[in-house]
Design a protein around this ligand. Sequence first.
Ligand SMILES: [Zn+2]
Ligand SMILES: [Zn+2]
Length: 346
Amino acid sequence: MKALIYKGPGQKALEDRPMPDIQSAGDAVVKITKTTICGTDLHILKGDVPSCTPGRVLGHEGVGIVEKVGSGVASFKKGDHVLISCISACGRCEFCRKGMFSHCTTGGWILGNTIDGTQAEYVRIPHAETSLYHIPKGVDEEALVMLSDILPTGFECGVLNGRVAPGSSVAIVGAGPIGLAALLTAKFYSPAEIIVIDLDDNRLSVAKHFGATHTVNSGDGKAIEKVMEITGGKGVDTSIEAVGIPATFVLCQRIVAAGGTIANIGVHGVKADLHLEDLWSHNITITTRLVDTVSTPMLLKTVQAQKIDPKLLITHRFKLADMMKAYEVFGHAADTKALKVIIEAE
Ligand SMILES: [Zn+2]
Ligand SMILES: [Zn+2]
């Protein structure tokens, strides 16, 4: 089968690999129909994720058709259409029993990281019973690829952790796919203001189209003043960090109102400043989280009921054979205006 292989920092290749097989009773092998590329894959390619070693098949998102299952899998059978979660969960360990699947002792984020992932014709899914979801009939599979990772990540790490509430004010710093996923799902709670901040005017206009009440291009260094103007000088109740660099984490601290929450989503590769000299008395909450995908069943229902349309995030489509080109386009998003790319594997 064809698979996209991480060959070490800065290097990748589309290669032939043997088809994966069942290794333990809880496994399923899924024939991928559609997958995508995540910003995290770019982090791996930069060498930021040491747990992912050369030779690994990348990818942790996708939908497909069950090819075979191990003897311990009862809920899925050959031919079932399934959504693959980016988080594998045993459902039994101490962390899973708390609903913290991201820290499953034999799972978590392993796909396309410590085991081979979804940017291939087939993938082995461990703990299939508790890591796959049946796709309801009539639901668009492209839209559901957005539910493997980015929608639950934006929702759980940004909106839920950020305690977005009716009538509240929200700032989302970073209008990439994850920031936009936070925007789409923040609207569940009807906040009064959703301010999206980015350097890219194209992404800001997409944010506006998705329902941002205000957009701010931070390129002139005046983002703080503009947010203060919009919020009557008090700042926002929730500031969501969806970039993962020190400057945006600091910006979130500067624009959060007293009593507010800073919800970090960004994958940080280096240390960032925390201005406790300003914030110690401001009743601030700061949250961090790796997505648990506990909200996936709920998000599936909202997509099925057409309450949200994650397909809006898809800008480009490629065949698996053109995977290298897909990375090229996704990796140069400022020029190509790429958000999410769909890779068809069949
Ligand atoms: Zn991802
Ligand atoms: Zn577990």
